[in-house]
Design a protein around this ligand. Sequence first.
Ligand code: PPS
Length: 300
Amino acid sequence: MTEKKISTRFERPVLVPIEGVPVQSNFAANWDRVKVFQAQPDDLLIATYTKAGTTWISEIVDMINNNGDTEICRRGPTHERVPYLEFGGPNPLPIGIEQAINMPSPRIIKTHFPYQLVPKSFWEQDCKVIYVARNAKDNAVSLYHFNRMTCLQVFSGTWEEHLENFMKGNLSFGSWYDHVRNWWENKDRHRMLYMFYEDMKKDTRKEVMRVMEFLEKELPDEIIDKIVYHTSFEVMKENPMANYSSIAETGYMDFKISPFMRKGSVADWKNYFTVAQNERFDADYKKKMSGTTLKFVSEF
Ligand code: PPS
């Protein structure tokens, strides 16, 4: 498939392996610095497979940390408040590792790395981690649209081609299946809260309260209500500090192709998977996810 040109200033990255995991070339270029990143005990790591709800949980955590103060949470766009550790530019976008190093504590740091690529110092320092997982089908659809709309991502083709790439793990950060499984299987070794996008959709308040408990934070009911409201899809979509419009303004994302805050729903996959694709995907999923206690819902 020929892609619609988004930016003439930056050629899309390609995949290169880091310790056997395909990662986009502009991120892999910083790997030597990223792997020796020095975490601090009060760092909070937010880890996800791309498009699983990173921006949503980032806003929730920032709101909790700041006692529901929306003005403080508008101090900068998400990618400045929550540095993306392995992010590798291009100009004028920040290099994540440099942002993280220069950020005052306590830091919230985002990563899409699979478990095995997380810099060791996070574990040595016993940092808290929030992992958010999203069901494979919606995650695949969301990533398809993201890859179309930004030249910051490796191009993964038509929907049919993208779905093949997803099933083969031929995307930046590798296999969704390995990602969600490895994080799940290692969760009890660390101070980790493993969350699901679908739970957050179903009962946002309950999940906000789980995060508060994990962060050892108590807030009055009316502040919790405020956090739930401020972090709803509809409100975040209109919030320039949470909707990535500042990146769109640089020309590296094209919201006319697909907005960052696209649908924010569960079971949108039904609008994309053909019956045949769905049957093939389910059979393959069963094999790849056999032997794990990890369970997802992909519709309500
Ligand atoms: S990224 O690029 O990996 O950081 O993207 P990420 O933030 O992980 O995922 C983007 C998808 O999450 C949806 N989103 C939300 N859904 C529900 N409620 C809220 N508040 C919310 N904020 C972001 C966003 O719309 C993307 O999903 P899709 O399905 O594409 O709409």
